[in-house]
Ligand binder design. Sequence first.
Ligand code: MLT
Length: 264
Amino acid sequence: MKKIINDLSVYVSGNNESKTILFVHGFPFDHTMWQTQVDEFSKDYKCVSYDIRGLGESPAGDGQFTMESFVDDLEIILEELKLNRPILCGLSMGGYISLRALERMQESFSAAILCDTRSEADNNEGKLKRAAGIKRINKEGLAPFVKDFITNCFGDDFKQNRKEALQNIIEKSLQFNPVGVKGGLFAMLSRSDTTTSLGKINIPTLIICGEQDTLTPPPVMKEMFHKINKAEFVEIPKAGHMTPIENPQAVNKAIRDFLIKNKL
Ligand code: MLT
């Protein structure tokens, strides 16, 4: 069921009486990147996903976003849907949102699943790369940036064997509002560093990383794993940065095992 909350497109499915898994997608994607997980877990959980402001069907407005405003949006969804300590599951930019949400309001969640993400803020090289992305969209339009960015997110196995699926994902993101995509880039380049707060995370946390992830590679995510008290680390074979799309069976198994082990 689709709902509009604070102008954002929010999708609710599954068992209304059960615990909620709240899925936060990456950049520049939308809630559909979690489709296989939502299909699997709505059998016995309530699943909530949404389009981050500026992406998918959520409006771009003036595109002046910060990671803080993205967390404000998440908080409003929690309040409006009266979610009782959901399991927070974020990938990449969704992970940046999740990490800042954990820093701000850990008590609102019962567990966290952090996929293909990092706690460090962008370094100078990263900031300049984002600025070049904004400049490229202004100069050439959205298409060349989106094609290159999305292709780079996927591992070799997916790129070689799932060409049509990759093309469909790119086509979807080409429909997004360039103002929203640039706003996402700006929010990421200006985000704070959450590394020093990792040691304060005291809820069960699952860290998932694709073995072929070049954006947030396994050594980076293992460092994060070592800094979180109750964390588990699972490396996903045959997957790059977009593990839930590239190897959904392995991701679903990792999530299922984590939920069972932690009685969630
Ligand atoms: C994402 O998948 O959300 C992005 O790759 C994150 C980033 O560019 O830092």
